[in-house]
Every structure is written in C-alpha cells, then in structure tokens.
Write a protein that binds this ligand. Structure first.
Ligand SMILES: Cc1cc2nc3c(=O)[nH]c(=O)nc-3n(C[C@H](O)[C@H](O)[C@H](O)COP(=O)(O)O)c2cc1C
Ligand code: SF4
Length: 440
C-alpha cells in the first residue's frame, strides 16, 4: 500500500496524471498543467470562489466543510498578510491518498495553492508534510524550485504582475499536528498543541493573519475544477457532495489500494467489486465490520454497508466519511483487539494538553489491554463505554472525540465479543491477537 490501483468504475479526475511522470514540470505542462491558474489570473476573486461553490467540493481532510464557503469567510481587507496552508499531515490510520498526489502530481498542489491565494488575496502559501513524508518533501521541493525557474512562482508570476511564494515544511511525526490549529502552532516553530477557537483560522490563523487551510487532496482538486468547470465537476458526485475522491481501501480485501470514485459510490460495491471482495472468501472468510473513513469513524456492520459513500449518507448510517480510509475486517478479527489497537494509537498520539483526552485514552488503553488479556470483569464493559462517553465533547480538540467515538461503537455493536473475553476466557481469535499484544 498504496499502489496505483485501477478499476473500470474509477473516474480519474485527481488521479488523471498518476503514473504519467507528471512530477516533471514539462510533463505536467503537456497534460494541461498550469492552465487553470492562467484562467484564474484573469478572473475576479469572487468569481473564483463562486466557481468553487458551484463545484460542491467539500474538504477531504475529514470534516467535509464546503471549500468555496471556507474561502469566502476570509476578510477581503486585512492589516496582516493572508496565507494559504496545505495540510499534508495525513496521519489518520487507514489513509494513504495524499502521498500519491505528492508523489505523482506535486504541481497540482502548487497550482491549487496559487488559485486559493488569488481567491483570498494571499501572496504566500505553505505546504506542510507529515514528518514521515521526508521522501515526498524532496519531490515537492523540486517541483517548487522548477515552478520558480519557469516564473510560475515568485515575482510577477506568469507575467501577470502578481507575486506569489510557496514554502514547504515537515513536522516531526505527530498525528495531532494534522489538526489545523496545532499545525499552525507547529509551523510557527512552537509545540504542536491546538489553539482555542474562535477565532477561526479564516480570520486569525497563521502568524495571526487570515488563513485558508485545506487538505492536500482538496487543494489538488482545485485546478481540476477549473479544468472541467465547477458545475461539471459537481455532477460527477452525489447531491451536496460534488465530484470524486480518492478512497483508500485496506484490510481484508483482495485488491487493497487507492481508487478514485464518484462521491456517493456504494460502499458494498466498493468492497465486493472494486476491491475484489473479502480475502480468503473461498476458505469461508466473511465480512465482519467496516471502518468507513479512517480510524476515528465508528465501524459499520455488514448489513449497514449498502450506502452511498458521501458525507451525508455515511452520517445518516451513524458514522462518518472522514478521510476516506476504508478498513475492511473479516470474521477472524477480534474486535476487542481492534479496539485496543485503535486506542493504543490515540493514547500515543494524544498531545497531553487536556485531561479528559490525556487520562481518558490512557485509562482506556490500560483497561482494554487487561480485558483482552483475559483479566476483565463484567463491569469493565460499561466502564469502557462510560469513560469514552465522558470524553465526548469535553476535550480541547476533536482528537478526544476521535478516540471515544469508535470505542463507543465497538461496545454497542460487538458487546458479545467483549463478553466472550470475560473472566479469564482466552481470546476466541487468539491466532490473530497473539501477534500484536505482547507488551501492549
Ligand atoms: C486530531 C486531528 C487530526 C487531523 N489530521 C488531519 C490530517 O492529517 N490531514 C488533514 O487534511 N486534516 C486533518 N485534520 C482536519 C483538519 O483539522 C482540518 O479540518 C482540515 O485540514 C481542513 O481541510 P479541508 O477543509 O480541506 O478538509 C485533523 C483533525 C484532527 C482533529
Ligand atoms: S483532545 Fe486535548 S490532549 Fe487530546 S490531542 Fe486534543 S488538546 Fe491534546
């Protein structure tokens, strides 16, 4: 993972240059590269924002906030400089799409940043990559240098009289700096902990200036919207969910990979047709659960997956589309172990700033570790749920919710599996579980 995967149902918009060597600026230019920004240089900022609104694009970082609307919140006049910030922290388990864009189409990110800058009146963009993506930083830095050399960045870009600069930067490998305000703290050289909001970044963001912060996929989609037109882009998706997105399908499927599919594509079809179905089905393996949008989204049962994959439909089904990371689990998965593994991640990644998250994730990890190892008592099950429910909405940033939500879902939907582990009973799925739990 992640491979460039192919399926006939794919609609290659964002991925249309993948595998074609478009990290090379001349190849990018030969594939309609930098045409959208030239168009936008001749447009009024409001017209750019209106085209974005018409596209129905909703942020691909997780929350699904409409991108055009986000850009329109930036004040037109500002005493402080404005900024465009690309969130390439991509740390949500199950998510591995932004890295394909950085690797195969870095200029689409540069082009998207400049267009966002034209829309909000910024002259400086930043591209923030997760610490583990240093190898992608080299690709990104080369692309930026090539864009400067061609006069697409710097003073008087494209001979238009407009100046625009971009800097790239990596974090030190922390999930929490994917949260937008923690990312800005980190970029300013401080400890990566979140800021209190309001004020929101559109008004007071990086270095106190109005800032648009968007996910890397969101930004890379922008030039394509101007290539094919906002209304046409919107039509590719479902109602109120314009376009396509890169879905990352991993876990117990025959063909894991990153697939670009229309928003609203059926989840069942995605698993059984696009990803080839459940691995080992000929030996009797069946589907047990699906995490639809990255580790922080509550899991769905097999009878709940006949739904369209867009923000609204997955929300209606009791989960979230999140970052588009679909994790498929077969019948041999121990859901207690899965809950523990998930919590180990959140406990490790909690920044420690607020007590409900710092202590809550640690208690949950310790309780789940003891429980899975056979040291559980009946009261633990409700205590785990009670602990998680008491974290919800009581933490400084949404990482606390991200840890609590899936945990509540595991107890609600797999209480029987928790009961199977009670009072010294060995894990019924020991073969899978033994691999990971030593020293948890
Ligand atoms: C704990 C936490 C981690 C996050 N990690 C990421 C991330 O890795 N990448 C990302 O784009 N957004 C991440 N987000 C969401 C950002 O805060 C923000 O909403 C997003 O970058 C906005 O971009 P969009 O509107 O294009 O989705 C995270 C949020 C939280 C609370
Ligand atoms: S919820 Fe609190 S401790 Fe957890 S990551 Fe956010 S600020 Fe840090």
């Amino acid at each position: 993972m992640p491979n460039i995967s192919h399926h006939p149902d794919e609609t290659p918009v964002i991925s249309y240059r993948f595998g074609k060597g478009a990290a090379n600026i001349d190849v990018y230019l030969s594939l309609s590269g930098y045409e959208s920004v030239r168009k936008c240089l001749a447009m009024e900022p409001d017209a750019i924002i209106n085209e974005m609104k018409a596209s129905g694009l909703r942020g691909r970082g997780g929350a699904g906030f409409p991108t055009g609307m986000k850009w329109s919140f930036v004040p037109k006049q500002s005493a402080k400089p404005k900024y465009v910030l690309v969130n390439g922290d991509e740390s949500e388990p199950g998510t591995c799409k932004d890295r394909l864009i950085f690797e195969h189409d870095p200029h689409s990110i540069i082009e998207g940043v400049i267009i966002a800058g034209l829309a909000i009146g910024a002259k400086q963009g930043f591209i923030y990559l997760r610490g583990e993506y240093r190898y992608l930083l080299l690709i990104m830095e080369k692309a930026i240098a090539d864009a400067y050399a061609k006069g697409f960045l710097g003073k008087n870009i494209f001979g238009s009289g407009v100046d625009f600069d971009i800097l790239s930067h990596t974090g030190a490998g922390a999930y929490e700096v994917g949260e937008e305000s923690a990312l800005m703290e980190s970029l300013e050289g401080k400890r990566g902990v979140p800021r209190i909001r309001p004020p929101f970044p559109a008004v007071v963001g990086l270095y106190g200036g109005p800032t648009v912060i968007n996910n890397a996929e969101t930004i890379a989609t922008v030039p394509h919207i101007f290539r094919i037109g906002g209304a046409e882009y919107a039509k590719l998706g479902s109602e109120r969910n314009g376009g396509t997105r890169l879905f990352c399908i991993s876990g117990h499927v025959k063909r894991p990979g990153v697939y670009e599919l229309p928003m609203g594509y059926n989840l069942k079809k995605m698993i059984y047709e696009v990803a080839g179905g459940i691995e080992g089905d000929s030996e009797g393996r069946t589907l047990k659960a699906v995490v639809p949008g990255g580790s922080s989204t509550p899991c769905l049962l097999p009878e709940e997956i006949d739904i369209g994959m867009d923000f609204d439909q997955v929300g209606k089904a009791g989960s979230m589309l999140g970052s588009g990371g679909v994790v498929v689990l077969n019948d041999q998965t121990c859901m207690v172990e899965f809950a523990l593994r998930t919590m180990k991640f959140y406990q490790h990644e909690s920044c420690g700033w607020c007590i409900p998250c710092r202590e809550g994730t640690d208690w949950l990890k310790k309780t789940l570790t003891r429980f899975h190892a056979g040291g559980g008592v009946a009261e633990d099950i409700d205590n785990i749920r009670y602990l998680a429910e008491n974290m919800m909405g009581r933490t400084f940033c949404p990482l606390g919710d991200a840890a609590a939500m899936p945990t509540i879902g595991f107890i609600k939907k797999f209480r029987n599996e928790f009961e199977d582990h009670l009072n010294g009973k060995p894990c019924p799925y020991a073969k899978v579980a033994e691999r990971e739990l030593v020293g948890a």
